[in-house]
Design a protein around this ligand. Sequence first.
Ligand code: AMP
Length: 307
Amino acid sequence: MSLITVGTMAFDAIETPFAKTERIVGGSATYVAYAAINFVKPVQQISIVGYDFPKEEMEELKSRGVELDGVEIVPDKKSFFWSGRYHTDMNTRDTLVTDLNVLADFNPVVPDSYQGAEFLMLGNLMPKLQLSVINQLKVRPRLIVMDTMNFWMDVALEDLKEVLKKVDVLLINDGEARQLSGEFSLVKASHKILEMGPKFLIIKKGEHGALLFHENHVFFAPALPLEDVFDPTGAGDTFAGGFIGHLAKTKDISFENMKTAIIVGSAMASFCVEKLGPEKLKEITKADIDERLAEFVQLVNFDIDLV
Ligand code: AMP
């Protein structure tokens, strides 16, 4: 069972009320890979980096079972760079800089060895490139999950709508759902977005959990209340990696199993925010993940007598 992931591999500069760094490894595909590899092997990565991306990071990913045949290395250009500053609530942030660098001329090529993958995670990336990857696959994967962000809604909305027609699950945050649909109510927003193509919609609400919409069903998963949130960067991508990783592992793409997958995604995201960048994701073991999943069960488990 293999999973293709597409997205950025980047350097980030991050400022939160509790931490600041001028340069740390990040990128949507990096976080997705570090999360998903706990559940499915191989993870087949498609991305692009410049001469400056650390070889040690590539080796670290490879050693965990992430295949990098689809990661292009451009010898004379810099890696994608993103910089963001979080507000005091840590749920919202401003993008300060988005330097496309190598991304500006990226034409992803799906290696032959990746053909036949049953799961495809389209991490946050130019919609045109997400579409190009879908179109290169000779057999449509069983499940295509797409992540995106307000940046692409601002600069490439029409392309984004084309990709939406071809995916099964869309993952966005509440602000992005409102922007995409033009609706304030998330329920109304979900109806409009589900008409654009995806059969399932996940709306992430940061520390307030996530909602899964499908036809007339809705499911809610909380985020784990954490004592310390250090850096929320990558939490969305990590959530996505845990979500699709669980589905790929269990080979079950039903709505019922997606409920479990959302809890798995939330558990992985709860690790991500505890340290800067993807650091925490590199430290955790299967036992840590199981323990955290048990905390989720405890968090939402209650008996009630109907009155
Ligand atoms: P998240 O916090 O889950 O939204 O993801 C943050 C990661 O996304 C950072 O590591 C950035 O490098 C990456 N990122 C930021 N902006 C973009 C963009 N426009 N396209 C693709 N990746 C991005």
